[in-house]
Design a binder for this molecule. Sequence first.
Ligand code: PEP
Length: 251
Amino acid sequence: MRKNIVAGNWKMNNNLQEGLKLAKDLEAALVGKKVNCDVVIGTPFIHLAPVAAAIDTTKIGVAAQNCADKASGAYTGEVSAAMVASTGAKYVILGHSERRAYYGETDAILKEKVLLALANGLTPIFCVGEVLEEREANKQDEIVNSQIKNALFNLSAEEFGKIVIAYEPVWAIGTGKTATSEQAQEMHAFIRGVLAAKYGEKVADETSILYGGSCNAANAKELFDNPDVDGGLIGGASLGVDKFMPIIEAF
Ligand code: PEP
């Protein structure tokens, strides 16, 4: 069966000392708790190695928020998938809408990043989602379908089995405006159908599809209760243990 996952995305928040404290506080809060999901934290690059060394990464997985679309070489300022993997991180968030919007990440670039992440043993948490104008024009299915098709459908079924999808309607990210439980379930079921048509029911059934966009302690349970919602990618509410733990415990 597919896994339930609650993954935090710290974005560009927390200096190293603050990030280490947050990771250790989360680990302490999880002691003695029986949680029904995998827990992941997506930290800035510089936090990856010290955070992975400071916590038990079999209990809290560590994720990068990006990796380069090139394997190695003269790409000043970039961080490769191999470097990410060498820190002890097991995941990489790819295709976040902030990367697409502010750093020009296209489906073609993301396709390369996904391949490099997989080649280095990382699990991509691949983000898809429509902007407000697309939702208002009822184009969300078309947009999400093309994001998945263009960046992921070159993968074999075996490779695709290692992908986690995060549906993040862009209009819901950091806005306090969550998709309704019905909107989330409808899109997650649509995505699962797209995956089934390409890779078959088994692969589709086994793919974890997370919801992201202003998910918090108050709405997590209702969202996660949907049959096709397998957890969340959590931005703002992952920056405090008091806010993140109730989301983890919503399962
Ligand atoms: C995100 O950045 O992936 C996200 C879902 O952010 P927030 O939870 O703050 O909306």
